[in-house]
Design a protein around this ligand. Structure first.
Ligand code: ADP
Ligand code: ADP
Ligand code: MG
Length: 665
C-alpha cells in the first residue's frame, strides 16, 4: 500500500479522500489555488502545495504543476477526485510515464469509454443492451432527418464528446431535427471542440439508473448494485438514492452483470460507473455511457454495502487483488443523498456567492430511526467563490427502508442551517415531502413536471404552522425574559405578559404563552400545546418536542423579527403585543422599487456577452446579456419591453452583485 498520495482536487471530495487515507495511515498532499488557501482540505492535509491562481485552467487543470507537486513532495500516487483531470487519458498516461501511480483506471480504459460512439460500439460487442439508434456519425441535416425517421420519433441528438448534460437535444418530429441537429453540432463544437453527432431513440418515461463497479489489475471485477439519479435539473443530478425503487432482483442482476461484462472488455481496474437509461414503462434498460472515475454520489453505495470505495481504489491502484467477491455483497437498507448547492432556489437557482456567516450542518450519526453522514468541504467563515462548482456539501442518510431513509433525510435537512449565501436546502426538503417523489414514481423530468415555474417555497401545513408559531413565540419569550434579567427592570412590554400576536408573513395569530424552564405552554385558538426544548439563545436551531412529537425549526435574525425555515417552508415571523399588531395592520405596505428599467447582475461574475445595442428595442423576456459564475452561464433577460439607453459593461468585465449593467429609457 502507498505511504503518501497527492490529491489533485479540492472541496468536499478532497476532504473525503483525506478521511480514508487517515484511517489507513496514508499521508496526504493537497494542491491548492489562491482561492483555496486556508480551505478545509488544506487544513486537514499533511502537506500542501500551492499551484497558482484561482481559475482552474491555471491551477487544477495544469498537468505540469500537479506532476511537479508530486515530485516535490515524494508522493507515490495521485487521486484525481472527480471533474478536473479525472477523466483525462493524457493525464493518466503522463503519470504512467513519470512512474507515478494513478488512483483510477488505466489510460486505455479511459480513452475507450471517453467517447460515446466508440463506447456504445464496445458495449454492443460486450452484449450490453444499447439504445436503438444509428451507431455511425451523421454528416448533414438531411441525413439526420432520414435517420430519425428510420429510428422512429422521439429521438435524441447527441454529441459523441458530450458531457455534463451539454450537447443533447430531444426531437419529436422532422422539424425539430432540422432545428436541433445544427444547434447540437454548434454547441458540441463550442464546448468540446469536436462536432461528431449521432442519433438514438429517446426512451420514454426515462429513469437514470447506474451501476457501481470495482475492478483490479488481476482481471477481477464486481458490481456494487445500482443508484438511481433521476432527480435532475438541466441534466445535473440533485438527489440520488440506492437501491433504485424501479429495479427488481432479476433486473438488478442483469444490469450488474452487463456492467461487469463491459468493464472486463476494457480491462477496467478501478472504481467506475456504468450509466443506463431505464424505462419506467417496462423496466427495459439501455447503456448510456461509462464514467471512469469515482462519482459524486458514491456515498449512497457505501452506505448500503458497507464498502469504502476510496479505500478499494487505493488498494487496487497499489496492485492489491480485490478482496471483495460478488457473493459477499448484500444490500443493507436504503440510502439517499442531497447535493447541497450554493444557489438561490427562489431565483431560478442562480449561483450564490459570498461568505458562510453561519454553517451548521446536522450532526453525523443516529437521527430518529436512521443515520446521517455529511460530506462537506467548507466551514463557517469560508468564502464561496465564483471559480468552482456550486456544490458545497452532500447530505447522506441511511435507514432500514426507503421511507426511513427519506424521513431521516428530511429531519437532517431541517437541522442544516446556512446563512450568508443562498442554498437549495428548502427545495430538496420540499422534494422529500412531495407525494410523487415519495411514491418512487419518478423520471428524469420530475423537477420540470412538478415545479414547472421554478420553486416558490411551500405553503405550511397546519402542523408546520404550529411548529413555526410555537418557535417564534418561545424564542421571543426567552429573549424578553433574558433582556429583563440583564437590565434588572421590567422591559416594555414585560416578558411576564401572556397575550401575544405571532405574525407569520401577513397572517396574525393571537396566542397565550406561559414560559417554563426548558418548556412552555402555548394556547392557540383555545388549544393548549406543550413544548419541551433545551434550546438556549446563541444557536439558530430550535429542536424539541411539541405535544411529545419531535420537530426542528431553523431561524435567522432579521432587522424586524426572524426568518423561520422548516422543510420547504420559509416565513418571516414577528411577535408583538395585540396593540402593536393592530397598528401594523393599519400600516400601508411599502411599495417595491421599480427595477423594470434596469438590467441588474444577480450575482458576482464575468460578463460573457452583451447581446443588445444602445437604441435597440428589446422585448420582455429577451436575452440582454450572459453572466458566467461557477461554471454556469446565466442568461439575463429583460423584465419589460423597452429601448436600451446605456450599456455599462462589456464582454470580459467582472460585475458585482446588484451592479446595473444596462439601463432602458
Ligand atoms: P455526471 O454528471 O457525469 O453523472 P457526477 O454527477 O458524478 O457525474 O459529477 C461530476 C461532476 O462534478 C463534474 O462533471 C463536475 O461538474 C463536478 N465537479 C468537479 N469537480 C468538483 C469538485 N471538486 N467539487 C464538486 N463538484 C465537482
Ligand atoms: P452526459 O455525458 O451529459 O452525462 P448522458 O448521455 O449520460 O450525458 O445523458 C445525460 C442524461 O440524459 C441521462 O442522465 C438521461 O437522463 C438522459 N438521456 C440520455 N440519453 C437518453 C435517451 N436515449 N433517452 C432518454 N433519456 C436519455
Ligand atoms: Mg452521464
Amino acid at each position: 500500500m502507498f505511504e503518501k498520495i497527492l490529491i489533485a482536487n479540492r472541496g468536499e471530495i478532497a476532504v473525503r479522500v483525506i478521511k480514508t487515507c487517515r484511517r489507513l495511515g496514508i499521508k496526504t498532499v493537497v494542491v491548492y489555488s489562491d482561492a483555496d488557501a486556508g480551505s478545509m482540505a488544506v487544513e486537514m492535509a499533511d502537506e500542501t502545495v500551492h499551484i497558482g491562481p484561482s481559475p482552474a485552467a491555471e491551477s487544477y487543470l495544469v498537468m505540469d504543476k500537479i506532476v511537479d507537486a508530486v515530485k516535490q513532495t515524494g508522493a507515490e500516487a495521485v487521486h484525481p477526485g472527480f471533474g478536473f483531470l479525472s477523466e483525462n487519458p493524457e493525464f493518466a498516461k503522463r503519470l504512467e510515464k513519470e512512474g507515478i501511480a494513478f488512483i483510477g483506471p488505466n489510460p486505455h480504459a479511459i480513452e475507450a469509454m471517453g467517447d460515446k460512439i466508440s463506447s456504445k460500439k464496445l458495449a454492443d460487442e460486450a452484449g450490453v443492451s444499447t439504445v436503438p439508434g444509428h451507431m455511425g456519425l451523421i454528416e448533414s441535416t438531411e441525413e439526420a432527418v432520414k435517420v430519425s425517421g428510420d429510428i422512429g420519433y422521439p429521438v435524441m441528438i447527441k454529441a459523441s464528446a458530450g458531457g455534463g448534460g451539454k450537447g443533447i437535444r430531444v426531437a419529436y418530429n422532422d422539424k425539430e431535427v432540422q432545428e436541433g441537429f445544427p444547434a447540437v453540432k454548434a454547441e458540441a463544437k463550442a464546448s468540446f471542440g469536436d462536432d461528431r453527432i449521432f442519433i438514438e431513440k429517446f426512451i420514454e418515461q426515462p429513469r437514470h439508473v447506474e451501476i457501481q463497479i470495482m475492478g483490479d489489475k488481476h482481471g477481477n471485477c464486481v458490481y456494487l448494485f445500482e443508484r438511481e439519479c433521476s432527480i435532475q435539473r438541466r441534466n445535473q443530478k440533485v438527489i440520488e438514492e440506492a437501491p433504485s425503487p424501479l429495479l427488481d432482483e432479476a433486473t438488478r442482476k442483469k444490469m450488474g452483470e452487463q456492467a461487469v461484462a463491459l468493464a472486463k472488455a476494457v480491462n477496467y481496474d478501478s472504481a467506475g460507473t456504468v450509466e443506463f437509461v431505464a424505462s419506467g414503462a417496462d423496466k427495459s434498460f439501455y447503456f448510456l455511457e461509462m464514467n471512469t472515475r469515482l462519482q459524486v454520489e458514491h456515498p449512497v453505495t457505501e452506505m448500503i454495502t458497507g464498502v469504502d470505495l476510496v479505500e478499494q481504489m487505493l488498494r487496487v491502484a497499489s496492485g492489491e487483488t480485490l478482496a471483495i467477491k460478488q457473493d459477499d455483497l448484500k444490500i443493507n437498507g436504503w440510502a439517499i443523498e442531497s447535493r447541497v448547492y450554493a444557489e438561490d432556489p427562489y431565483r431560478k437557482f442562480l449561483p450564490s456567492i459570498g461568505r458562510l456567516r453561519r454553517f451548521h450542518p446536522p450532526v453525523e450519526g443516529p437521527l430518529g430511526e436512521g443515520t446521517v453522514r455529511m460530506d462537506s468541504g467548507v466551514r463557517e467563515g469560508d468564502e464561496i467563490s465564483m471559480f468552482y462548482d456550486p456544490m458545497i456539501a452532500k447530505l447522506v442518510t441511511h435507514g432500514k427502508d426507503r421511507d426511513t431513509a427519506l424521513d431521516t433525510q428530511a429531519s437532517a435537512l431541517d437541522r442544516f442551517h446556512i446563512e450568508g449565501i443562498q442554498d437549495n436546502i428548502p427545495f430538496v426538503a420540499a422534494v422529500m415531502d412531495e407525494k410523487r417523489f415519495r411514491s418512487g414514481d419518478i423520471t428524469t423530468a420530475y423537477i420540470k413536471d412538478e415545479f414547472p415555474d421554478g420553486f416558490d417555497g411551500v405553503e405550511p401545513t397546519d402542523k408546520q404552522r404550529l411548529y413555526l408559531t410555537v418557535t417564534a413565540a418561545y424564542v421571543h419569550g426567552v429573549f424578553a425574559r433574558r433582556a429583563e434579567k440583564i437590565s434588572g427592570r421590567m422591559s416594555e412590554p414585560s416578558a411576564a405578559r401572556k397575550d401575544w400576536v405571532v405574525i407569520l408573513d401577513k397572517h396574525q395569530q393571537p396566542i397565550e404563552l406561559e414560559l417554563g424552564d426548558e418548556s412552555a405552554k402555548i394556547t392557540i385558538d383555545g388549544n393548549t400545546h406543550s413544548l419541551e426544548t433545551e434550546w438556549k439563545p446563541g444557536t439558530h436551531l430550535l429542536e424539541g418536542t411539541i405535544d411529545g412529537e419531535p420537530f426542528a425549526v431553523k431561524f435567522a435574525d432579521k432587522t424586524e423579527g426572524y426568518l423561520l425555515r422548516h422543510r420547504g417552508v420559509a416565513v418571516r415571523a414577528l411577535v408583538c403585543t395585540p396593540l402593536t399588531a393592530k397598528m401594523l395592520e393599519r400600516l400601508p405596505e411599502k411599495p417595491k422599487p421599480d427595477t423594470s428599467k434596469l438590467i441588474i447582475s444577480p450575482m458576482p461574475g464575468l460578463v460573457v456577452s452583451v447581446d443588445v445595442e444602445v437604441g435597440q428595442q428589446v422585448e420582455e423576456g429577451e436575452a440582454v446579456c450572459i453572466v458566467e459564475a461557477m461554471k454556469m452561464q446565466n442568461i439575463i433577460r429583460a423584465e419589460a419591453t423597452g429601448t436600451v439607453k446605456t450599456i455599462n459593461v462589456g464582454a470580459g468585465d467582472s460585475v458585482a452583485a446588484d451592479e446595473i449593467m444596462v439601463e432602458f429609457e
